[in-house]
Ligand binder design. Structure first.
Ligand code: GDG
Length: 493
């Protein structure tokens, strides 16, 4: 699907996500300008949209009335530049907080990461979430041109869009992909709107999850809560009948543009930065952590494990250094601000205790870095420490492998990252709550011989390369829109 050019409007693809894949900024005369964003999803979907004819619907990030008019011409120009069109969904300022920071990020995000004590089940949040999902559905309905249009809705912000579209009598096929985990039954049951959410999801033609774990949790919730529905089948895609309609349920581990990372890792610019980074960190083993600021990423636990390694394996003194990048995220939610303080306090305590002349154990950046710097850090790092408490997939783990072109790095990976369902055999798997276990893995990685490191990294890279982001897009679209599920290949999971 990704490689075939199809200029006709048949099977036009409509992607729907909370945010448009565009970065808006103002030039020096105060006029809006648009640049394509840089995430993996955008990189993968942009060529598909261009080839098949496509539209991306999402919130542009601003609601102010006077911006709306100005933005119209920006989106028309961007369509000409990028080869597919954009439809902004303008959300009333009064709803954005309760929908985005409220229901999406203080109900669904913590609950689906098994952290129900962090939830704020305020009814206002739910009302705003429903209203915003209806606004998205209306915009989609206005943009459907034919029964053959294929709609693909993304992530936890938009679980109710399918149901709202059905209420508007939309009959086009709608696929949905959840980027975050789906929780086990006991946790899902805590949600006051559990029935509404399950029933909304079952309005899609395909519900896609990252891993078998998430799909199994979803199937268990459906079977326990909705007696009349039975999800059946084997293999990557299961199915059921809901009100006379077939609903498919599958798992599709998202990935990265492997070739792009591997290619970038070998460029002169990256090579130069790797040398500079290695010169700044003369210790034998450079350990890297890269995360958005989020309590699901297990950053404090990881820091405690690093401290534990220094305490229990004193011979590692001056031999290991850690770079931890924390990218600012969801700053308006107080929990995130508190987490930032917790991380910073821990880092200063650890550095205060262990620093020696010429050696500072932890280097901390509370900022994003550009792609060249990130790739150079991936390449320079001897060990990547990816220890989320729970994660849908975790792309950092895959990006580290793709960038490790000399095959000498070790990936330490949480059992509870979706990525472990594919990488478990060749990474060092850890329980992110087990501080001593992670410390032992750090010590093991520091002592691992080059042969073993290469063997493991070669195998990891092979898996990431084979199931890259283009494979993911292709497999998902085939599973939603083809009639014959047998055409799907087997999946290692
Ligand atoms: C959600 C799910 C799932 C990070 N720091 C910098 C930077 N990044 C980029 C990484 C990576 C992305 O951000 C983070 O992706 P993750 O997958 O690790 O995590 P979430 O943001 O939580 O994503 C997750 C994902 O959706 C996809 O389905 O895997 O489980 O939670 O691509 O490279 N990029 C740059 N500078 C940085 O400093 N340029």
């Amino acid at each position: 699907i990704t490689n075939k050019t199809n200029n006709s409007q048949k099977n036009r693809l409509i992607i729907v996500s909370n945010r448009l894949p565009i970065v808006l900024s103002k030039d020096n005369k105060g006029r809006w300008q648009a640049e394509q964003g840089s995430g993996g999803l955008i990189t993968a979907l942009a060529p598909v949209l261009k080839n098949r004819g496509g539209l991306w619907i999402g919130w542009p990030g601003t609601s102010r009335a006077h911006d709306k008019k100005a933005l119209e011409s920006v989106f028309t120009r961007a369509a000409g530049d990028f080869g597919y069109t954009f439809e902004p969904v303008f959300l009333p300022e009064s709803l954005v907080n309760a929908y985005y920071f409220g229901f999406s990020n203080q109900v669904l995000w913590p609950l689906f990461h098994d952290l129900q004590t962090r939830c704020d089940f305020s009814p206002d949040y739910w009302n705003a979430y429903q209203k915003v999902n209806e606004i998205f559905a209306r915009t989609i309905a206005q943009n459907i041109k034919s029964q053959d249009d294929h709609i693909w809705v993304h992530d936890y912000h938009l679980m109710g869009v399918g149901q709202a579209l059905r209420k508007l009598h939309a009959t086009a096929k709608i696929g949905y992909f959840l980027h975050i985990p789906f929780p086990p039954l006991d946790i899902f049951l805590k949600l006051p709107w559990r029935f509404q959410i399950l029933e909304s999801l079952l309005c899609y033609d395909m519900i896609g999850f990252q891993t078998q774990r998430d799909r199994r949790n979803f199937v268990q919730c459906v079977h326990a809560m909705l007696n009349h529905i039975r999800i059946k089948g084997r293999g990557q895609v299961l199915s059921t009948q809901v009100n006379g309609r077939m609903v498919r349920v599958g798992n599709f581990p998202i990935s990265i543009d492997y070739n792009e990372f591997a290619k970038k890792a070998g460029t002169r610019a990256v090579e130069k930065r790797v040398d500079e980074i290695r010169a700044v960190f003369p210790s034998d083993h450079l350990i890297l952590g890269v995360d958005r600021l989020d309590y699901s990423k297990g950053i404090p636990e990881r820091l405690l494990a690093f401290r534990n390694a220094l305490q229990r394996y004193p011979e590692l003194e001056k031999k290991i250094s850690m770079v931890q990048i924390v990218v600012p995220s969801r700053q308006r939610i107080p929990e995130y601000e508190n987490l930032k303080h917790e991380i910073e306090q821990l880092i200063s305590e650890i550095n205060g205790t262990f620093t020696r002349p010429g050696w500072v154990p932890i280097h901390y950046l509370y900022q994003g870095v550009d792609r060249t710097e990130l790739t150079a850090l991936y390449r320079a790092a001897d060990i990547a420490l990816v220890t989320p408490l729970k994660d849908g997939m975790n792309l950092v783990a895959k990006e580290y492998c793709a960038s490790n072109i000399h095959l000498d790095g070790v990936l330490i990976l949480s059992e509870f990252a979706g990525a472990s369902s594919q990488l478990y055999k060749h990474a060092l798997l850890v329980n992110p709550h087990d501080i001593e276990g992670i410390a032992d893995a750090i010590n093991q990685a520091c002592h691992m011989g080059l042969d073993e490191r290469k063997k493991r990294m070669r195998a990891l890279r092979k898996i990431v390369k084979k199931t890259d982001i283009y494979w993911w897009v292709d497999t998902f679209l085939k599973a939603v829109f083809s009639h014959d599920l047998d055409t799907l290949g087997p999946l290692e999971d």
